[in-house]
Ligand binder design. Structure first.
Ligand SMILES: Cc1ncc(CN)c(N)n1
Length: 227
């Protein structure tokens, strides 16, 4: 069994909880409160801007030029496709530049991005990719599952179409193949470390829905200003 199949199995319960999260279910049936989605999309733009930087750090950690090029392309795709989509959502939702400028990340968005940077600081390319992979893969599985859904809402329809698209599926499969190759022949001790990075990201993905659903705030008001 390859690394990805193994960790996907080990994290199945966590992923199932994401598939069944009320945020995902309400998005699929079109009942999601727009203010909850607005909170999510602002946090997600923050998340993706750091995700792109960690992809760029993957380009730096790569051992050959082709892999460097590929990670640089993935970082570019995050900026030009996903973040561009979020800009469109901002327009559709009437998010003002002032609101955007005043944005501060919620604890979970801050913690998840910090976890990805940690993988990049401490580890090699396999560590970076193990931390990034649930982000690609979970959304793709959600996109696949929601393919028949008809929210009847322009934003939610577009969100589902993006993550269920062939283009997104190709990016995901490329990274799954690469992760399996990077993990091949690594000692069990390293596999466990990589699996732990993957598991933490899977938990943060689940927490990210909950963060938006509850419009999570910092418990200590002094932390509200943290970027
Ligand atoms: C939190 C999160 N995880 C994953 C994705 C899909 N790239 C996303 N947009 N946001």
């Amino acid at each position: 069994m390859g690394f990805c199949e193994r960790v996907r199995r080990e994290c199945d319960g966590i992923w199932e909880a994401s598939f069944r999260h009320p945020f995902v279910e309400a998005l699929a049936d079109g009942t999601l409160d727009e203010d909850v989605f607005r909170f999510y999309v602002l946090q997600d733009a923050y998340y993706l801007s750091h995700f792109a930087k960690v992809q760029a750090l993957g380009a730096v950690k790569a051992k050959d030029l082709l892999t460097t090029q590929s990670f640089a392309k993935h970082a570019e795709a995050t900026c030009s496709a996903e973040l561009a989509l979020h800009e469109e959502f901002f327009t559709m939702l009437g998010v003002t530049p002032e609101e955007h400028a005043a944005f501060r990340p919620a604890p979970t968005a801050y913690a998840y991005t910090s976890h990805m940077y940690r993988a990049a600081v401490e580890g090699d390319l396999a560590d970076v990719l193990a931390a990034l992979l649930p982000c690609y893969w979970l959304y793709w599985e959600i996109g696949e599952r929601l393919k028949g859904a008809e929210p009847g809402h322009p934003i939610y329809d577009k969100w589902i179409a993006t993550y269920g698209s062939e283009w997104f599926g190709e990016l995901v499969n490329e990274q799954i193949d690469r992760m399996n190759r990077l993990a091949e022949e690594l000692p069990e001790e390293r596999i466990l470390e990589l699996g732990e990075r993957f598991r933490k990201s899977s938990i943060y993905e689940l927490n990210f829905w909950e963060m938006a659903w509850t419009r999570e705030q910092w418990e200590t008001p002094e932390m509200e200003g943290v970027r």
